[in-house]
Write a protein that binds this ligand. Structure first.
Ligand code: NAD
Ligand code: ZN
Length: 360
């Protein structure tokens, strides 16, 4: 199944360095000889990250094809994928070609799935340009697209040969997108890295300012955290990977009732983590101090902690349909202490209602 390890390279300075060789040498190490690369890029980063990647490639001996994808979730569609396959064919892609995905999670998922399927699999490289893509979607090997009736319904596990992250690419990211990505960063601290949670408590102001060094460290620690969890359960068989869904059962219901697009994913995850922590306190799995620390960190990160429109009557039916439900019982990832969570099945509905109501 091609489960191999791959390097994740994290640095700062790609757009200011004059030699711009960081990427080219990493690519050569990860891929070896390659004479054709296809850059699949988000239209909104073509002039920044896309340009930096193109300039860093050797000027001789490498043919570069550039394919552009419109920004937004709508691009993760069968229609766009079909066109992309046609564009790959038209630019002379063969099994030795290498796909480089430059953009957020939408581009990584779409380009990764195109790479997984074209001629039964092309080597591919992730260059994530959103914080969410850097700390979450580019690590773990999941690629895919949406169907009109379901998000991420079509996909494949397809590992990149290299993930190349540069904090410079974040400089153009809108504040709301950046802050939304911080919810997943904080999540890693709660689920499995108490020391990282403390680091975030001490450095959140600098991370909000996007100071390169603490930001780079936060991204590195997040990638390590996700990689550890995924390595334990690469194909989602043991259940360990489910801990990455901390806050997400509530978040998916919040996103669905708010209407997709009204709230960013990380914003819903922040509120969902508050509800999950309240549920855990209520059920006696953790003390209230955990909730106090999580609330303070989310607040310092400028993330929302409550949602006035939360309606248990609308959210619970959606949660019951969520894939985290085992045999019709509501199942949650609940914190026991900072850095440790457990999966709890069979949670009584009245406690779930109370947890939602705590953050209205
Ligand atoms: P996104 O790719 O839509 O990017 C968010 C917005 O930021 C877009 O408008 C994009 O054009 C813009 N953008 C990207 N980089 C920019 C930059 N450097 N400067 C300015 N603008 C920039 O969304 P996302 O939040 O990165 O990813 C969300 C997607 O990731 C969803 O489709 C989700 O399903 C997927 N995802 C996948 C995994 C996985 O394991 N494969 C995990 C989590 C999420
Ligand atoms: Zn998430």
């Amino acid at each position: 199944l091609g489960l191999r390890s791959y390097p994740i390279s994290i640095q700062s300075g790609a757009t200011s360095r004059t030699d711009k060789m960081g990427f080219a040498s990493r690519l050569a190490e990860a891929i070896g000889d390659c004479t054709h690369v296809i850059l699949i890029q988000d239209a909104s980063v073509a002039a920044s990250a896309g340009q930096a990647i193109i300039e860093s490639l050797p000027h001789h001996g490498v043919r570069v094809s550039i394919l552009e994808v419109a920004s937004g979730e709508a691009s993760k569609s069968t229609d766009r994928l079909t066109d992309l396959w046609g564009e790959l064919l038209a630019c002379g892609t063969d099994r030795r070609s290498v796909v480089i995905a430059v953009g957020g999670g939408v581009i990584g998922d779409l380009a990764g799935f195109a790479a997984a399927t074209f001629t039964r699999g092309l080597r591919f490289v992730q260059v994530p340009t959103t914080l969410l893509a850097m700390v979450d979607s580019s690590v773990g090997g999941k690629t895919g697209i949406n169907l009109p009736g379901g998000k991420n319904m079509i996909g494949a596990f397809w590992q990149p040969h290299l993930v190349w992250i540069d904090t410079d690419f974040l400089s153009t990211l809108p504040t709301r997108e950046y802050v939304s990505g911080l919810a997943e960063v904080i999540k890693y601290g709660v689920i499995e890295d108490a020391e990282f949670f403390e680091f975030l408590e001490s450095n959140i102001a600098a991370i909000i300012r996007r100071d390169p060094e603490p930001t780079r460290l936060a991204i590195a620690r997040s990638c390590q955290s996700k990689a550890r969890v995924v390595a334990d359960d690469e194909l989602e068989t043991s259940g360990r990977r489910a801990i990455l869904n901390y806050g997400h059962t509530f978040a998916h219901a919040i996103e669905a009732t708010a209407g997709y697009g009204a709230m960013l994913h990380g914003e819903a995850v922040a509120i969902g983590m508050q509800m999950a922590a309240s549920l855990s306190v209520d059920l006696g799995y953790c003390d209230a101090g955990l909730l106090t620390r999580q609330t303070a960190l989310l607040e310092a990160a400028e993330l929302p902690r409550s949602w006035p429109e939360a309606d248990p009557a609308k959210m619970i039916p959606i949660m019951a349909r969520d894939k985290k439900v085992a045999h019709g019982k509501l199942r949650f990832v609940l914190p026991e202490s900072i850095g440790s969570v457990k999966l709890v099945g069979d949670v009584p509905e009245e406690n779930v209602v109370a947890a939602i109501q705590a953050w209205i």
